[in-house]
Design a protein around this ligand. Structure first.
Ligand SMILES: [Ca+2]
Ligand SMILES: [Ca+2]
Ligand SMILES: [Ca+2]
Length: 236
């Protein structure tokens, strides 16, 4: 019985997400009432519901875009098919936005992170994510989401850019430990590569990759950071 339970649990990792599509908010309630479901399902559902709630409130409790090392190919394919709303085998940005809202609702607000993951995952630079690129997309969504949580902590007034005042208050969050105001300003200017007076999320990401702010940086994220500008120019 225990073995069966475990298998269910992993299978449901995905299925739970799939269900969200149709059940969405009510699923938690439904599950509580209906006892026809397995206990595995009960556990998983109530878990994901709770963590979803937490995410919205306390952004620092970062969970679970499930990364691909925890998924097999069939599971990844399942998720891909959800993303691929029109079923043409490739994902547009619109399909990605839509799927993120359904599958990873706690990421839905984090547009800059989604955008960056989308651009970085599109290695063929054709504006679409195919199945070969999709694993990267999932991992990069996870990665940029984590970075964005940190970025948001620094961005006290929520205008999606970090001014020097905000940097001064929060610089320790990104491992900067300098004494004088002058040194701090020098550091700020170093990160603010376009010298616009603000650290933008893109600039923040480049710096974060440089100092390996998050240890489990996807292998190719660094190279990707550097090619993003080129990608941007190539697009019409
Ligand atoms: Ca599609
Ligand atoms: Ca592509
Ligand atoms: Ca700000």
């Amino acid at each position: 019985m225990a073995e069966k339970f475990d298998k269910k649990k992993t299978a449901i990792k995905i299925a739970g997400k799939l269900d969200k599509k149709s059940d969405n908010k009510t699923s938690g309630k439904l599950v509580k009432k209906s006892d026809s479901k397995t206990s595995g399902k009960l556990v998983k559902k109530s878990n994901s519901k709770t963590s979803g709630k937490l995410d919205k409130k306390a952004a620092n409790k970062t969970p679970a875009v499930i990364t691909t090392d925890k998924l097999d190919k069939a599971e990844i394919k399942k998720i891909f098919n959800i993303f691929d709303y029109n079923g043409n085998g490739i994902l547009s940005l619109a399909e990605i936005d839509k799927a993120v809202i359904q599958i990873y609702p706690y990421l839905a607000e984090d547009k800059p992170a989604i955008m960056r993951a989308y651009r970085a995952a599109d290695t063929s630079q054709d504006g679409f994510i195919d199945f070969k690129e999709f694993g990267r997309l999932i991992d990069l969504l996870h990665y940029y989401n984590k970075l964005f949580q940190i970025f948001k902590k620094l961005d006290l007034d929520n205008d999606r850019r970090i001014d020097f005042g905000e940097f001064k208050k929060g610089h320790e969050l990104i491992g900067i430990n300098v004494g004088s105001n002058k040194e701090l300003k020098a550091k700020f200017d170093e990160i603010d590569t376009n010298h616009g007076g603000y650290i933008l999320f893109d600039e923040f990401c480049i710096y974060a990759a440089k100092i390996k702010l998050i240890s489990e940086i996807p292998q190719d994220a660094k190279e990707v950071q550097e090619t993003q500008e080129t990608q941007e120019n190539k697009k019409q």
